[in-house]
Design a protein around this ligand. Structure first.
Ligand code: HEC
Ligand code: HEC
Ligand code: HEC
Ligand code: HEC
Ligand code: HEC
Length: 508
């Protein structure tokens, strides 16, 4: 007979009464606490007074700042210099550091493209328009669509599209950058991303405005790619589908806290051969996006390509800052943690809670950005991030070495007289390897947004580069292998200092 089935000693009635009372008191306490939290939330939401009216054409954030000074003050701080070990530069001096000088393999990969001329570290939102206007990449013809993500362009799009912003955007790829930029300045709307781009001026609710994002997310919704991090898409798919997925109607508030950033922090095509495109029709993973580009045709019917590699002739895909895409593959997205949770955490402002509009690296703000969910100390959180970033950095350098070795080998075979036909497979491998390496190099979290996915992509990059070398050796027997470069070991990123408080770099 076990202890459980042994007859129990009867408990006194007093015990039960005390127990019931305790439960009652705890329940009442919890209810009061919840009510209090709820009231504070409502209070935080409603506690602004409108001093001035703002509308759809008010792109100047200063005007909005009269109603919402706390958010505006923080927004202005995006002009302040910030720096972490791998994070954005944010200096208020002349220009951020050149990425292509720091990592020479980047420059080699981009030969034949404007990115080999000038490609720098990003910095705060306050600089987005000025940095675009200053880039040497504009010495090559660029399309007016560049402004989609660098200026407060919605009034201009409505004007160009006779009220329809999507049509307006689609006009701009045929216009030059300089022409479109002048229209923005002439209209007095030359501001970086502004309040009206993320907020409905009537209700202040979050919304997305950028036609590129709306078209892209609609293509994603219409696809069959699983979207575990975006449940509203899965819900929409189960419905009648009478109307296309509309993030401003169908998405949850939590999803909107990432979608507003996904308007710009994404992979895209933006040049003169077709309208701005977010390539999400087969899903958000690097290989799904590659498959979309592989099938894409330009308006003139020719096959999609970003550029032809100057030394090898390979048709190359250039990746651009896929933060939204990589985040969507990570554990945080899957757990419902949004961009704003880490990059715009709540802060106390007098009696109320506001979202920190000083959008920046969360490593400068671990207390509010991470420790609301994670119990580890600040030093420990920084150390965890550093381990992830160091591993990603090391694997990425290995990828750079492998791609450069492939380029050397193709160039060697070409010089020895190999024909394009003989090199076809190697060129395909170069395209695949560069796409993957660039996808992670152009992504700005140094692997943090989805560490395992980043490692998977880099592993494939290295494999394709080495397969490309084998293809050269097979096609051109006797071709001299590229001189073996020493594989990089664990090393610090040149020119950067660890984030304050970060643990020393450690690699496995
Ligand atoms: C769980 C927290 C978390 C979430 C969620 C998150 N990020 Fe990040 N993000 C980070 C960390 C940590 C870094 C690395 C910062 C560093 O190296 O200084 C980073 C880096 C970045 C950077 C480069 C920052 C810099 O200072 O250079 C950008 C841009 C960025 N994230 C955008 C996004 C976007 C867009 C989303 C949503 C699609 C997102 N992040 C979601 C934590 C997060
Ligand atoms: C309209 C386009 C646009 C939107 C919307 C946008 N960003 Fe950015 N973001 C940029 C551009 C462009 C830069 C680089 C500016 C530069 O280098 O001059 C940037 C830079 C950043 C940086 C680097 C800051 C630094 O100090 O180095 C972070 C972090 C970031 N954005 C996060 C976010 C998050 C989070 C959201 C959503 C809440 C968001 N962004 C929304 C375009 C946008
Ligand atoms: C879909 C949105 C989007 C479009 C379109 C876009 N950008 Fe950006 N751009 C960004 C974001 C986000 C950043 C910050 C992240 C980074 O630097 O990787 C950025 C950073 C930059 C920077 C600063 C860092 C660097 O690369 O030197 C320059 C300059 C720039 N963009 C120029 C351009 C030009 C020129 C075009 C048109 C060919 C363009 N952008 C089109 C979103 C966009
Ligand atoms: C890149 C997008 C973006 C831009 C630009 C932006 N905000 Fe926000 N804002 C957010 C996000 C995200 C939240 C959090 C909303 C939520 O969770 O419902 C927010 C919240 C708010 C709130 C609600 C209270 C709070 O702080 O959570 C106010 C008011 C606000 N913003 C004002 C402004 C003003 C004023 C500007 C211009 C100076 C501005 N915002 C620019 C993204 C943005
Ligand atoms: C809103 C809550 C929330 C915030 C804010 C948040 N995290 Fe997380 N984090 C999670 C959840 C949930 C997981 C998944 C693990 C789990 O379920 O316990 C996670 C996982 C992680 C992991 C393990 C990742 C992996 O791939 O296994 C790391 C590292 C991490 N977080 C670091 C950070 C850092 C650094 C910040 C701040 C920049 C941060 N987190 C902000 C909720 C959060």
């Amino acid at each position: 007979m076990s202890a459980e089935t042994a007859p129990r000693a009867p408990r006194s009635r007093v015990f039960y009464i005390v127990l019931i009372l305790c439960v009652a008191v705890i329940t009442a306490g919890a209810t009061a606490l919840l009510l209090n939290i709820f009231e504070r939330k409502t209070e935080a939401k409603n506690q602004f007074v409108r001093v001035v009216d703002v509308g759809e054409d008010d792109t100047d954030p200063e005007k909005w700042g009269k109603n919402w000074p706390a958010q505006y003050d923080a927004y202005k701080r995006t002009a302040l210099p910030t720096k972490t070990r791998f994070g954005g530069h944010g200096g208020n001096e002349a220009m951020p550091e050149e990425k292509i000088e720091r990592d020479p393999w980047l420059k080699r990969m981009f030969l034949g493209y404007a990115f080999s001329i000038d490609y720098r570290d990003r910095r705060g939102h306050a600089y987005m328009l000025a940095d675009q206007e200053a880039t040497q990449r504009l010495t090559k013809p660029q399309s007016g669509s560049c402004l989609h993500c660098h200026g407060s362009v919605m009034p201009l799009y409505r004007k160009l599209g006779n009220g329809d912003p999507l049509k307006g955007l689609e006009e701009t790829y045929k216009m030059t950058y300089q022409e479109t930029n002048k229209l923005l300045h002439d209209a007095g709307q030359a501001h970086p991303v502004s309040c009206v781009d993320c907020h409905d001026p009537e209700s202040m609710a979050l919304r997305v405005t950028r036609p590129g994002f709306i078209k892209g997310i609609q293509a994603l919704a219409a696809s069959e790619a699983p979207t575990p991090a975006m449940s509203s898409i899965e819900t929409w798919r189960k419905g009648s589908r009478a109307k296309p997925y509309d993030p401003n109607v169908d998405a949850s508030r939590n999803e909107m806290r990432s979608f507003v950033c996904g308007q710009c922090h994404v992979e895209y095509y933006c040049s003169t051969k077709m309208p701005l495109t977010f390539p999400w029709g087969k899903g958000l993973k690097a290989d799904e996006i590659e498959a979309t580009w592989d099938e894409t045709k330009f308006v003139d019917g020719s096959t999609f390509v970003d550029y032809t590699h100057k030394e090898t002739g390979a048709p190359i895909l250039k990746a651009q800052h896929p933060e939204f895409e990589l985040w969507s593959q990570g554990i945080h997205a899957r757990s419902g943690v949004s961009c704003a949770d880490c990059h715009m955490p709540y802060m106390r402002e007098g009696a109320s809670k506001v979202s920190d509009h000083w959008v920046r690296s969360p490593l400068l703000n671990v207390n509010r950005a991470c420790q609301t969910c994670h119990r580890a100390s600040e030093g420990e959180m920084l150390a965890r991030v550093d381990v992830i970033q160091q591993r990603n950095y090391d694997l990425m350098q290995r990828g750079g070495t492998a791609v450069v070795a492939l380029i050397d080998q193709i160039v060697g075979a070409k010089t020895a007289g190999a024909s394009p036909d003989q090199l076809a497979e190697a060129l395909t491998m170069q395209r695949k390897a560069q796409w993957r390496l660039d996808f992670i190099a152009a992504e700005n979290s140094m692997g943090f947004h989805a560490p395992q996915e980043a490692a998977r992509i880099l592993g494939e990059a290295i494999d394709y580069a080495r397969q490309g070398q084998i293809a050269v050796l097979k096609a051109v027997p006797g071709a001299a292998p590229a001189p073996a470069a020493p594989a990089p070991g664990s090393q610090a990123a040149p020119g950067s200092a660890p984030a304050s408080g970060a643990a020393p770099a450690s690699a496995p």
